[in-house]
Design a protein around this ligand. Sequence first.
Ligand SMILES: Cc1ncc(C[n+]2csc(CCOP(=O)(O)OP(=O)(O)O)c2C)c(N)n1
Ligand SMILES: [Mg+2]
Length: 365
Amino acid sequence: MADKIALPVQLVQPDGRRVHRPDYAALVSDVDPARLRALYEDMVVARRIDTEATALQRQGQLGIWAPLLGQEAAQVGSVHALNPDDYIFTSYREHAVAYCRGVEPAVMTRMWRGCAFSGWDPSTVNMTNPAIVVGSQGLHATGYALGAHLEGAEIATVVYFGDGATSQGDLAEALGFATSLTAPVVFFCQNNQWAISEPVRLQSPTPIAARAAGYGMPAVQVDGNDVLAVLAVTREAARRARDGGGPSFVEAITYRMGPHTTSDDPTRYRTAAESEVWRARDPIDRMRRLLEREGLFDDAFDARVQARADDVAAELRAGALEAPDPGPDELFDHVYATDHPLIDEERAEYRAYLDALTAGEEAVS
Ligand SMILES: Cc1ncc(C[n+]2csc(CCOP(=O)(O)OP(=O)(O)O)c2C)c(N)n1
Ligand SMILES: [Mg+2]
């Protein structure tokens, strides 16, 4: 069956030229030179955060890291479309979203270093901690959006997930509930072509966005390496949610240029030729070419952006290395919001066990 999805929305070509697309261009007509430069800077800084965290993992300072390399435009463009009171639910790869939302880069590394059970307080930035259980955040977002809708809050809730997550039951349930109950949620799928070693064609023989029609929700495919196009389509979907128009589905077509995580070796399952094709579509190069064409890129700006990226990377490294290890008791602190007798009992039992170990060591020495 033929899909009914139009060509992916694109506003900037890989060579930096603008695409004549008045309908979507109108949604970003307010994006002035300063905002264009800010989008570029955020992408460069996000990539630097990613590089630094990857280096820290290779140096044994983080247990694992999930690189966002290649997905900077999908993340920066979409988060720039949101208001501070819009609420964000994410998976484990949305470091650029977290950065733009105001999460300190060093704080992002804590979970990956194994010294925090999650990371930040979601209520301070209106963005949840990373969901590792693939697709689970779809249901959390739909529930949150529904609650906001019932309370009359005019906000959008955005949920980020991958192409692989669309094969999860949780996502199917979330899409069903969201349309049946008119939940103001934006389903933002970063189709980065791979779910670890499984190519997207195994997740869906039709375009992923085409599935949304079956649930009765509007969907759009966008060039996920085009930060302006992503900004435009996400603004449209978020506005629909805030205006009571219900859920929308955005499929951002992008590419995971790096490994799934630092534990993965993608050369075992994909070709260098494929990666080369996507290297030519690098989202940061594209934005740089646009800025150059429009006379907005010069040495001073370049130096300023690089200096900012270096500062953020230094902060990330220092903060990650300084993060104190949690005490063993902290394991019990976040199970329930309030005290619970069973947890108290388990904490006491675990303490007694640790004391016995220490006593044993002292006896031996
Ligand atoms: C419910 C569940 N099943 C399996 C996994 C293991 N797992 C972690 S990431 C991943 C692939 C997810 O791919 P995708 O949704 O495309 O996101 P991406 O990693 O590409 O950003 C899998 C299978 C998991 N974390 N949770
Ligand atoms: Mg994927």
